[in-house]
Structure formats: structure tokens, C-alpha cells
Design a protein around this ligand. Sequence first.
Ligand code: OMP
Length: 285
Amino acid sequence: MASFGRRLHAAMAARGQFCAGIDPHPGLLTAWGLDDDAAGLERFARTAVEALGETVALLKPQSAFFERHGSRGVAVLERVIADAKAAGALVLLDVKRGDIGSTMQAYADAYCDPASPLCADAVTVSPYLGFESLRPVLDTAAVHGNGVFVLALTSNPEGPEVQHATTAGGRTVAGTMLAHVRAANAAALAAGDPLGSVGVVVGATTGATGEDLAVGGPLLAPGIGAQGGTVEDLATVFGAALPQVVPAASREVLGAGPALDALRAAAVRTIEDVRDLLFRASIQA
Ligand SMILES: O=C(O)c1cc(=O)[nH]c(=O)n1[C@@H]1O[C@H](COP(=O)(O)O)[C@@H](O)[C@H]1O
């Protein structure tokens, strides 16, 4: 199987730079006329996949909203992963796991090994137990051609108290994580991959970061829409790194449902806005 970086690079070229989140909030289930139970969840999630799976490069189910329905919710998540892949989207499972290395191996088995029904194309992880604690996930993902997205500068207002802190080496904590990811992608880039398979998360809401965002891998930028970030903000946050950015929105798109056309149109609008921004940025460069 081609590396995740290669597959995402091709998907971004074919479908545009956008990740649609599948976050079945209870309020959205109600707005769609569904019950807040496993049956409502299944209807919601399968509608989102049907509307978006053939359109967007990346679909990102948020595990928490499936887990809150117990084992039936997790079964729906397994189905969503399989259906989204079958529709031709790459799937980023948003679980933000982070633990000691020996436990991370179990998470790696769950999310990065195709033998598991919860294995997506990529998974989000938190490096705040130390970057090397992620090693089992990084290695297992690499063996199977999967990707990993490492939190660096998150979109929430509480992130800076940890991520902007300065380490003994003089870098910020986030800058340290970005440097680790850059190193993790070096071999793949040297071998000719157009994009590394280890990405980072940098919120669209962060403003100019002051960090070197050229990590060789994709830059997931959540926070568009409901959290106040805009496509235009991406130019300030990412500058020259814009071609590697995958902006992400969940409620902004899902709020247009449940009609399939309306959901698809909401995603296409953002894809076009991002394409337009990239075009303007390339002219200015
Ligand atoms: O890793 C993420 O996707 C993520 C990182 C981050 O810094 N901020 C952030 O909002 N997210 C996720 O992105 C989604 C944002 O949802 P909306 O605010 O509805 O677009 C949620 O599933 C969050 O958990």
C-alpha cells in the first residue's frame, strides 16, 4: 500500500484541500430530527458519509461522539470507517490518544493495524506524555502505510498554557513537537514521497504562530466555522506552508444537513474557498 502521505497528496490534488469532520453532537442529531441514541447516531453518520464520502479528501469521525453511545456506537464507528473508505475518502480517526509507550502499542494495534475494525487511514495522537511515547503508533502506522497526526498548536483557547511554554532548550513545547515531526518525515521525503505521513494539528484559530511549520507532512487545521476560524485566517497562520494545509470543519458543514445536496454543497463551498485562497497566495508568492 502506498504511504499515507502519498495517498493524501493525491487525494488533495484530486478533491481539494479539505477535511470534513463527522461529529454527531446531540444537538445536531435533534436538528436533523433524529433521536440521541445509537439508531439516530447510525442514521446521522451514514448520511454524512453518503453525502461527503465521494467528495472530500479526508473524513474525520470524532470517536467521542460514537463512544458516548457505548458498544453500539463503536460498532457504528467501525461501519463509518469502512463505508468512508469504500466511498474513496481517506479516513482520519480523531481519538487524540496519548499514554505511556507500552499502552500506546495497544492503541497502535487498535487504530493503525488493518487487522482491527477500528483501523482508519490515520489517527490523531497527543504528544504531551513526550514525543517518544508515541513511537509504537508511529512505527505501526509506518509498517501499514498509515498516517499519524500529532497535536502541536490546538485550536482551543486553553492550549497556549502548555504549547507556548518554553523548554529548557529554548524552544516552545509546540516547536519541540514540530521539530520531532519534521525529523520523523525526513526519510520519506528523502525517498521521494511528496508528503510525509506524519502530520501535525495547528488550529485555524491560532493566528500567526511564530513557529516553523514546514514539517514535511500535512497540517490539519481545525477550527473553521463553529470555533470562529475562517479560510482567510489560514494565510496568516500558515503563510508559505499553505499547500500542505488540510483545513477541517465539522459543525459548519454538518449544520447544513440532513439533506445530502445541502451537506455536499457546504463542503464544496469550503473546498472552493480554500482553492481560491491558494490561487491568490500563489500569485503573490
Ligand atoms: O484533532 C482535531 O481534529 C482537533 C484539534 C484541535 O486543535 N481542535 C479541534 O477542534 N479538533 C477537533 O476538530 C473538531 C472541530 O469541530 P467543529 O468545531 O465543529 O468544526 C472536533 O472534533 C475537535 O475535537
